[in-house]
Design a protein around this ligand. Structure first.
Ligand code: BDR
Ligand code: CA
Length: 315
């Protein structure tokens, strides 16, 4: 079993990532930590707990994290996950108590208790993770890996056609907290960044048969996904928007699902047109060696990804 902490900002796709992580027999979900991102942290916290309650799970701690990016104010999202942040599923208010620990301390403590074993899965802005690294730099070599939905690397046209940040070529999680992203990219911790290049380019989609299976299922999580797809469709967005963050969890369950490559990547932290861009130095010559080297996602096996996701949702 792979031990993970899911640091997220639910969000309908973060909610589905929680569903996958909580139900996968290959994953030991140590905690869900929440952060400001798609919605203010009180909403993302409530949504994480609502999601676990939907699954009937009451033994996975949920910790509240940063209310805003490290040095900036929280921007508002040009995309919407609906009035409740969960594709208008309107799940019941959570009864699960929130952990007494701050998300940053939850990350630090769990990493120390499980040295070398914990993968941090980041599906929101990296504010909590970067703050943990600053507060307790000693945990860096104890973190097995970070797998994140992060960046837009320009490897195919979808990276920028589907840009989710509020500048023309940025991805939302980076755009919200570019300073935090820079700290994490430069931390030296093994990092797989799945950008919009792979997380929003689907050469297959949910088939009619898949939708029928969701319609016919009596699982609450199947109904949740079906409603999120319906909500998105009503706004002219493809079904994949409901499962973007799931790819990070899928990649931990089965790393062969995604092809990656090493790249020198810089994060733009200056305001203006390029804020939040993740710039890859792909030159033959004169490469900026000072930029950190991380793994970036190049392509994915979408058929296998969707099958893994649906099997977990429907089982
Ligand atoms: C990211 O933006 C958010 O809206 C999604 O939850 C996902 O984490 C994709 O850019
Ligand atoms: Ca997210």
């Amino acid at each position: 079993m792979k031990k993970i902490i899911l640091d997220c900002d639910p969000g309908m796709d973060d909610s589905m990532a929680i569903v996958m992580a909580a139900k996968s027999p290959d994953i030991d979900l140590l905690a869900v930590t929440t952060v400001n991102g798609n919605y203010p942290v009180d909403v993302t916290c409530a949504n994480a707990r609502k999601t676990l309650e939907m699954l009937g799970i009451d033994n996975i701690p949920v910790a509240r994290g940063l209310e805003k990016p490290m040095v900036r104010n929280a921007p508002s999202d040009p995309f919407t996950h609906g009035r409740d942040g969960q594709g208008e599923n309107f799940l019941p208010d959570p009864r699960l108590p929130l952990s007494d620990k701050h998300a940053v301390d939850m990350i630090i403590d769990l990493v120390k208790e499980n040295p070398g074993e914990v993968t941090l899965v980041a599906t929101g802005p990296m504010s909590n993770i970067a703050t943990a690294l600053i507060k307790e730099p000693g945990i860096k070599p104890m973190i097995k890996e970070i797998v994140a939905i992060s960046g837009a690397f320009g490897l195919n046209k979808y990276a920028f056609l589907n840009a989710t940040g509020d500048t023309p070529q940025s991805e939302w999680n980076v755009y919200v907290d570019p300073e935090a992203t820079k700290i994490v990219y430069e931390s030296g911790i093994p990092l797989v960044a799945l950008g919009l290049d792979v997380a929003t380019y689907f050469d297959v989609n949910f088939s009619e048969e898949d939708i029928k299976l969701l319609d016919e299922s009596d699982k609450k999580e199947a109904k949740f996904l079906r409603q999120a797809i319906r909500f998105n469709g009503g706004r002219g967005f493809d079904a994949y928007c409901t499962v973007i963050d799931c790819m990070a969890v899928a990649c931990v369950i089965d790393p062969t699902l995604v092809k990656t490559m090493k790249a020198h990547v810089g994060v733009e932290t200056k305001d203006g047109l390029t804020l939040g861009m993740t710039v890859v130095d792909r030159r033959h010559h004169h490469v900026w060696e000072q930029l950190p080297v991380i793994e970036i996602g190049c392509s994915a096996d979408y058929g296998r990804f969707l099958k893994l996701l649906l099997d977990l949702v429907l089982e």
